[in-house]
Design a protein around this ligand. Structure first.
Ligand SMILES: Cc1cc2nc3c(=O)[nH]c(=O)nc-3n(C[C@H](O)[C@H](O)[C@H](O)COP(=O)(O)O)c2cc1C
Length: 202
């Protein structure tokens, strides 16, 4: 962990807070800031995100920029439609999945080389106070043993709650979980960069 923090500190000095003025919304997504992890850094960071409506995606890009990480999007085999995401309808796909603790929506692909990464930011929207079940699919499919996992969630109002600790209970003791960070929709990129900076200086 200390090695990660030291590397993040140096990376932040290089990256500064270039993304700070960008709000967390797809409208301000800056594709040209997509970073490439540098093998010479010694610690390799992957930002994994699930974002059917692009809020988490924008935040994930900000995190990746600040941490000079690679990005991987969890894409469901069956994409979520607007109706699927209607949480006002208790019968919608997303609500039905969240009611079923055993639901494991299929993922179209996994990262090609998890072995290449020491640290994984795990980014998701809060659904019914928890992580979407597809995050459980990811945890059960990708081998995270020996890695550090840093959860990050966006929500309308409820915050990350206990969603991160519930995810933690799904992995074995070799996985080191850092306390998760939750932001509300519309949070500034500056806040997110500051959080990554805190991780680097803790
Ligand atoms: C099925 C579903 C359930 C949700 N449940 C919550 C919730 O419990 N608390 C909350 O504050 N927001 C909730 N939201 C809102 C999302 O967390 C929020 O809009 C999130 O930022 C969306 O991220 P995305 O744009 O990357 O999909 C829910 C959204 C959906 C689709």
């Amino acid at each position: 962990m200390k090695k990660l923090l030291a590397v993040l500190t140096s990376l932040l000095l290089v990256c500064g807070i270039a993304a700070a003025e960008d709000a967390v919304s797809s409208a301000t997504l800056k594709i040209d800031r997509l970073p490439v992890a540098d093998a010479a850094d010694g610690v390799h960071v992957l930002v994994v995100y699930f974002s059917p409506d692009d809020t988490v995606k924008a935040a994930a890009y900000t995190i990746a920029s600040a941490a000079k990480a690679d990005l991987f999007e969890i894409v469901p085999e069956e994409l979520y439609t607007e109706d699927d995401l209607n949480y006002m309808n208790s019968k919608s796909r997303s609500m039905a999945e969240q009611r079923d603790k055993n639901a494991r929506p299929a993922i179209s692909a996994l990262p090609e080389d998890m072995d290449a990464y020491d640290t994984v930011f795990l980014c998701y929207p809060v659904w019914g106070g928890e992580a979407p079940r597809i995050i459980c699919t990811f945890l059960e499919s990708a081998d995270l043993s020996g890695k550090t996992v840093i959860p990050f969630a966006t929500s309308n109002s409820s915050g990350i709650g206990s969603s991160d600790t519930k995810l933690k209970s799904m992995t074995d003791d070799t996985v080191v979980w850092v306390k998760g960070k939750g932001v509300k929709k519309g949070a500034s990129a500056e806040d997110i960069v500051a959080w990554v900076q805190e991780l680097a200086t803790e």
